[in-house]
Design a protein around this ligand. Structure first.
Ligand code: TRP
Length: 454
């Protein structure tokens, strides 16, 4: 065993573990991405498919990642080297490190938009503006070649700085105080949004499913988003699991994180869709959806000025506790596999990812004529990582846990500090051995047209 082991961080308390994992899961995925892709894919039917994937695939894979991480005490790549020496399983880890690059490149750009909206809120930039003006404000802003790039770099710098100090400091406080604040703000927004004239159409859109609207693309996006929102499929939770000590109850951690993440996404949906319909915005607006919808709500709310500042501050912090968990995958890998220091690994990873991020940001404006498969660089990074790399990573993680690691070791690892009754263990094994891999394979094959059912 290497000396790295002694230098490894561990989370200090039970709450610290849940805090870090929930901090990773809850982020732009819940508040920015979930509403916008739900809008693009037609609403309620998409929501229900996504919830089904969370239950049947997300939960078992989250537990699998934590088990793999905690029992190996290694990064996403090293974990498989320890648990399955001399086998190709470790390439799952490489896929994950690659996905981290892609995800963080566009994630930082959106977080940069959020920072810009803090400053717009402070300058009272939304008052007396029509919904059309608010929409064009957003597009002018993201198309600019300078400000969004600079803010993306600010955000990446902050992410790197926190990762250098070590992941656990500061996260507990965020989760204990700021995350409940985010929930309160969201609930305030929901109440306002639901009471707008014409709100009902938005609630129907979100909760009354019309399954005939679903196609292969929507199903694949729902699957990809289940992975994205729970931070699964690329080893974030293997890496975090490696910092969890044996007393922690993994099952409880998984359930708490999943519930928190799902509740926050649904609240975001309730805050946004009634307003989308009330203000005549297209639900298919795309990545700008929250940025063009919520300012309309804020400026009609009592206390909207303070609300909007607080909202974008909390959104930016939520993005930070997620982005550090993405960067940490790369840093732990550089550090343990190439024997680099934490500082140099972080600086290197941050610089490389920021460069990709610059391209993502510019692809909204001056680089927008350059597309691949009809997608801008930004959309391409998002699409490939969420809809391809994460599900493929998840498929292998499930197969590894179910078929290679096996029931006995799973039981032994979970029994450290936790418990899984015989029936629950059997259900878990069934899900990771059969349901998750088969469902993921079918959705992917359907997409590439090898199998056609929708
Ligand atoms: N889950 C985070 C969000 O919803 C983003 C994130 C953090 C992530 N770590 C990840 C996504 C790992 C995929 C994989 O905003």
């Amino acid at each position: 065993m290497s000396d790295n082991n002694q230098a490894r961080d561990t989370f200090s308390s039970k709450f610290g573990v849940i805090a870090a994992a929930a901090g990773s899961a809850v982020g732009l995925g819940n508040i920015w991405k979930f509403p916008y892709i739900t809008g693009v894919h037609g609403g309620a039917a998409f929501l229900f498919v996504y919830l089904g994937f969370i239950l049947a695939i997300g939960i078992p894979i989250m537990l699998s990642e934590l088990i793999i991480g905690r029992s190996s005490k290694r990064n996403a790549f090293g974990a498989f080297k320890v648990l399955a020496p001399g086998t190709p399983w470790r390439y799952i880890g490489i896929l994950g490190v690659g996905a981290a690059f892609l995800i963080l490149s566009f994630y930082g750009v959106v977080a940069g938009w959020s920072i810009q909206y803090i400053s717009l809120s402070i300058q009272n930039g939304f008052t007396n503006k029509s919904p059309e003006q608010i929409t064009s404000l957003f597009s002018t802003l993201i198309e600019s070649p300078i400000k969004p790039v600079a803010l993306q770099l600010v955000f990446m710098f902050a992410t790197g700085a926190i990762v250098i100090v070590g992941v656990k400091k500061g996260i507990e406080k965020y989760t204990k105080i700021l995350m409940p604040m985010l929930v309160v703000i969201l609930i305030g927004l929901c109440i306002k949004s639901v009471s707008l004239d014409g709100a009902k159409a938005g609630l129907d859109f979100l909760f009354k499913p019309d399954f005939s609207k679903l196609n292969g693309d929507a199903i694949l996006s729902a699957l990809g988003h289940a992975f994205f929102t729970l931070s699964l499929g690329m080893g974030t939770l293997i890496t975090y699991g490696s910092y969890i000590n044996k007393e922690n109850n993994l099952v409880r951690t998984v359930i708490s994180v999943t519930v928190a993440d799902t509740v926050i996404a649904i609240l975001a949906g309730i805050a946004i869709f009634p307003a989308v319909f009330a203000f005549g915005i297209a639900p298919t607006e795309g990545p700008g959806l929250i940025f063009v919808t919520l300012p309309n709500v804020f400026h009609q709310m009592p206390g909207g000025f303070a609300f909007s500042i607080l909202f974008f501050v909390l959104l930016t912090i939520a993005a930070l506790t997620s982005s550090i968990s993405i960067l940490e995958v790369v840093v732990a890998y550089f550090k343990e596999e190439f024997n680099m220091g934490r500082k140099s690994s972080t600086v290197l990873a941050t610089i490389l990812i920021s460069m990709l991020g610059i391209l993502c940001s510019l692809s909204m404006g001056i680089l927008s004529p350059y597309t691949l498969f009809g997608l801008s660089f930004f959309d391409l990074m998002d699409w490939i990582s969420a809809n391809l790399m994460l599900p493929v990573g998840g498929l292998f993680i499930a197969v590894f846990t179910g078929w290679f690691y096996g029931r006995k070791k799973v039981q032994a690892e979970v029994a450290n500090g936790g418990n899984l009754s015989g029936a629950m263990l059997s259900l878990f094994m069934f899900l990771v051995k059969f349901i998750a891999p088969i469902a993921i394979a079918i959705v992917l094959l359907n997409k590439i047209g090898l199998l056609k059912f929708s």
